[in-house]
Ligand binder design. Structure first.
Ligand code: GLA
Length: 739
């Protein structure tokens, strides 16, 4: 592979593969001017649209250069206060107190190796080339290295930034963003994911407003309020048409994404660590590394963008140990028993799990010393001797003798005030002295900006994993930060706490996951409150939401799928009435919505498993048989409406097509619906399983397949859905032409 990055003699940079181009150039003044990000442009030497230097009324001219007004110029890493008053990528207080800086081009290098980021997760390299561009401010004595990676087979550009203080006094960073992208004036729509507990990833689509639109988090985690992801697209873009730029930050702490329409119409999209409540002392001779930002482009609408992300996350972000592995089906003890656990019950659940074909038993919260409710014991990661007299490892060994894998829940970053750990180390928490601390779920946040806390946690987790009987860890994090500060840091560094905390989390995760690469880690934060590409770099899957009720889950999976592949999503069949919203939904619908996640299982008590034993055997057989297809398959959002949802999953080889149709409330005399399948082989034939019907690929795509009709009035003998409200149908089509 050669030539993904080209640089002309007059310093025009082209980062391109066969499908996309990212172009910028050095202006005569030395400013790095952004030119273009979009569909591939074969030659960057004769571009029809270039930055213009034209007279405009009442504008400032950079360093007095005629008509060169930076607020009208696309820039790769813009700064404030030198004729551009828009949102800057970098804003810092120089040693002499002012905030005026200018970064001018100095040099570049190209490498076939993508260097890892110091202390932060980043995408793997592989079929890529990386360009490092150095920009310098001689007056302020600092330099910045911008890094760009472009891939041969993936339409993703990774960007990161390292800022160096070359002076003799500290400077204070207050905006240190990872990426800024200037788009031409035009009509754009935005799509982002907002939410709250149990209703995460709620996709919001809107017209780009005049002014500034931003999403962010400020409470220490990427959060369920907004996900560090946005799509900026040509107005009117659909699932399969329209130019879309997607951006995501590989970061699990406070982030901000801002989309600003400047006074002349161009649009600036920037992303990075949230500048609010952040500042960083950068001592002389040291550098600051910004988290990695990922940008993707698709001319094929939102589905095209999602497919770019899905392939990339699977190949270059998910841990390699499991990225192409089917995930074990499991029974999780949480909604089955909550804190009421003991060895006898765990072994009974394991026996039942085995008898219905499940592959793993997961002991959730409640197994460690003194943990009988959510008011105590976080931090005391030792087995509760009354519940597990010989320790949880001994129970794990017994579960494994039954031929099952064994999984365990932990919440390492937290501590209960009522715990031995807190009593021994009251200073080990995020806090502001003199303030009565707010609690969340009765717990406090350990101060992972301190090395000794990271060290302590590493040792505890290591002790639990070193016996070798634990195959899976569900790593939870159930509250965000308040009273944000560290007693370990001096006063002028208090606003570094939240970022230093995340660096501590990453250090801990990186050490644990590299020592135990064969342990499957699942990321959880009260469901999806820290579900981001940073955590997914260490953990193969994530608990998308505590909402296990399927109607509530439809919007969550649909929204999450804009960025995340099904391979990183976990689900389970929960009890009825639902513990989250009280709804009564059939086992069929619970299992069929749950189908659209790679990690599948149940969280039902012994009685419920016995009651539905036969049906569960069939469901788990189907889950196990299709597990590979969900990890590596191609997922499509065929329809998402308030009352009807239809999804398609095609196996990687295109031989099996699954179509899920979910109808929420029934009404009399509804229209007959069809689904227009996508991505089939037009010439091939597909047999509908459990019927004698076969259809041609072109007919399924262009004419559509009839969806089951939902009757409001139940009639005897109908072969349609089993109930009017909350009905569900999963069809499987198998390619039968022998290819
Ligand atoms: C969080 C998780 C749940 C469960 C509980 C245990 O709420 O999201 O799945 O593990 O913690 O306390």
């Amino acid at each position: 592979m050669t030539g993904l990055i080209r640089v002309s003699k007059d310093l025009r940079f082209s980062l391109a593969n066969a499908r996309i181009s990212y172009l910028f150039q050095v202006s005569p003044e030395g400013i790095l001017e952004h030119l273009y990000f979009g569909q591939n442009i074969g030659s960057e030497s004769q571009l029809p649209a270039m930055p213009r230097r034209s007279f405009r009324g009442a504008t400032n001219e950079f360093e007095g250069i005629a008509h060169y007004n930076l607020s009208d110029i696309g820039q790769e890493y813009p700064l404030f206060g030198r004729s551009d008053a828009r949102h800057p990528a970098l804003h810092l207080i120089n040693a002499d107190g002012n905030t005026t800086n200018t970064l001018l081009y100095q040099s570049y290098t190209i490498s076939k190796q993508k260097p890892p980021l110091k202390g932060l997760p980043s995408a793997r390299g592989g079929d890529s080339e990386t360009l490092l561009v150095t920009l310098v401010d001689k007056v302020s004595q600092l330099h910045v290295v911008l890094s760009y990676t472009v891939y041969q087979h993936h339409d993703v550009v990774c960007r990161s930034v390292e800022i160096f203080n070359d002076g003799e006094k500290p400077v204070v960073l207050d905006h240190a963003l990872s990426s800024s992208l200037d788009l031409p004036a035009g009509d754009y729509d935005l799509l982002h994911l907002r939410g709250s507990w149990a209703r995460e990833f709620d996709a919001q689509r809107m017209k780009l407003p005049a002014g500034t639109f931003s999403i962010s988090s400020a409470s220490g985690a990427s959060s369920n309020h907004h996900n560090p992801f946005i799509a900026v697209m040509q107005a009117g873009t659909g699932e399969q048409h329209g130019r879309v730029i997607g951006a995501a930050l590989m970061y699990s702490g406070n982030f901000a994404i801002t989309v600003e329409q400047g006074e002349f119409g161009p649009v600036r999209m920037s992303l990075g660590i949230n500048p609010f409540n952040f500042s960083w002392q950068l001592p002389p001779g040291e550098s600051f590394v910004c988290p990695e930002a990922l940008l993707t482009f698709s001319p094929l609408g939102l589905e095209g963008m999602s497919h770019n992300w899905h392939r990339f996350v699977r190949e270059y972000i998910s841990p390699t140990q499991f990225n192409n592995e089917s995930r074990p089906s499991y029974l999780n003890s949480w909604e089955a028993a909550y804190f009421d656990l003991n060895e006898e019950l765990v072994l009974q659940l394991a026996e039942q799990a085995r008898s219905i074909g499940l592959q793993m038993l997961v002991v959730d919260d409640g197994w460690f010393a003194g943990r009988h409710n959510d008011r105590s014991s976080l931090g005391d990661w030792f087995s509760d001797k009354q519940k597990f007299p010989n320790g949880i490892q001994a129970t794990a060994a017994k579960v494994k003798q039954k031929g099952l894998k064994f999984g365990l829940w932990m919440e390492p970053e937290m501590v209960s005030p009522d715990s031995d750990l807190y009593r021994a180390h009251p200073d080990w928490i995020i806090q502001v002295p003199g303030r009565t601390l707010s609690t969340g779920r009765n717990q406090l946040v350990l101060d992972l900006s301190r090395n000794e806390v990271v060290e302590y946690l590493f040792k505890r987790i290591d002790d639990i994993l070193c016996g070798g009987d634990i195959d899976y860890i569900k790593w939870d994090m159930n509250r965000t930060m308040t009273e944000i500060g560290s007693t370990h840091l001096p006063s002028h560094q208090q606003l570094e706490t939240a970022h230093r905390y995340i660096l501590g989390v990453y250090q801990l995760l990186s050490r644990i996951t590299s020592k135990y690469p064969d342990v499957l880690f699942e990321n959880c934060a009260s469901g999806g409150s820290r579900f981001d590409l940073g955590m997914l770099r260490y953990m193969s899957q994530g608990w998308v939401s505590d909402m296990s009720e399927p109607v509530g889950r439809l919007a969550i999976i649909n929204g999450a799928s804009y960025l995340f592949p099904l391979s990183v999503m976990a689900s389970y069949i929960g009890p009825v009435p639902s513990h989250q919203n009280g709804r009564l939904v059939s086992l069929k619908m619970r299992s069929e919505v749950g189908f659209f996640c790679a990690a599948r299982g149940l969280s039902l008590n012994s009685g419920d498993i016995d009651k539905d034993q036969q049906a569960l055997v069939e469901i788990i057989k189907f889950y196990n048989a299709t597990a590979d297809d969900v990890v590596s398959g191609v997922y499509r959002r065929l329809q998402f409406g308030e009352n009807e949802v239809c999804w398609q999953l095609s196996s990687a080889d295109g031989k099996r097509i699954y179509v899920g149709y979910f109808h929420i409330l029934s009404e009399p005399n509804l229209p007959f619906r069809r689904a227009y399948l996508r991505g089939l082989d037009a010439q091939a034939r597909y047999q509908l399983v459990d019927s004698d019907q076969a259809y041609s690929g072109d007919a399924l795509m262009y004419m559509g397949i009839d969806l089951p009709y939902v009757h409001a009035i139940q009639q005897q003998g109908t072969d349609y859905m089993d109930q009017g409200d909350f009905s569900s149908h999963l069809m499987t089509l198998i390619r039968v032409d022998g290819e």
